[in-house]
Design a protein around this ligand. Structure first.
Ligand code: HEC
Length: 131
C-alpha cells in the first residue's frame, strides 16, 4: 500500500513538474509570437514605436534561453544545446540589427533583419517538430 501511495506521489510530482516547464515554454513562445506580430504591424502601419516595443518583447523572451535549458521543456532530446545556443545568439544579433535599422530609418534593411529573426524561429521549430 505504502509503495503504491509513494509511486502515486512520485508520478504526480513528475506530471506537475512537466506542466510547470510546459507552461514556461508556452508563455515564452506566446511572447515571441506577440513580439513578432507587433513588429510586423509596425511595418504595415509605419509605427516605429510599436516595432521597438515588439523588439523588446522578443529580446526578453529570447533571453530566457540563455538561462533556461530548452531541453528541459521537451520530452525527447531532439535538439542539442549547441544548436539552441547558435539559434538564440542569431536571434540576439538579428534583433539588435533590426533595432538599429529602425532607429536609423533603414526600413528596407529592417525588413531583411526581421526575416532573419523569423528564419531562426523556424530553424528551431524544424528541429523540434521535424517538419
Ligand atoms: C530554441 C528553440 C526555439 C526557438 C528559437 C523558437 N521556438 Fe517557438 N517553440 C519552441 C518549442 C520547444 C515549442 C513547443 C513545442 C511545439 O509547439 O512544437 C515552440 C512553440 C511555439 C509556438 C506555439 C506555442 C503554443 O501556444 O502552442 C509559437 C507561436 C512559437 N513557438 C513562436 C516562436 C517565435 C515567433 C519564435 C522566434 C521569435 C520562436 N518560436 C523561436 C522552440 C523554439
Amino acid at each position: 500500500m505504502r509503495k503504491i501511495v509513494l509511486s502515486l506521489i512520485a508520478s504526480a510530482t513528475i506530471v506537475f513538474a512537466g506542466n510547470a516547464v510546459n507552461k514556461t515554454v508556452g508563455s515564452t513562445m506566446q511572447l515571441m509570437h506577440s513580439g513578432m506580430n507587433m513588429i510586423a504591424e509596425g511595418f504595415y502601419y509605419n509605427d516605429k514605436e510599436k516595432m521597438q516595443e515588439g523588439i523588446e518583447v522578443v529580446e526578453k523572451a529570447n533571453d530566457i534561453f540563455l538561462t533556461v535549458d530548452i531541453k528541459s521543456f521537451l520530452n525527447k532530446k531532439v535538439i542539442s544545446s549547441a544548436a539552441v545556443k547558435n539559434i538564440t545568439s542569431s536571434i540576439k544579433d538579428s534583433i539588435a540589427k533590426l533595432k538599429q535599422d529602425i532607429d536609423t530609418s533603414n526600413i528596407t534593411k529592417a525588413g531583411t533583419d526581421y526575416g532573419k529573426v523569423l528564419d531562426s524561429c523556424i530553424a528551431c521549430h524544424i528541429i523540434i517538430r521535424k517538419w
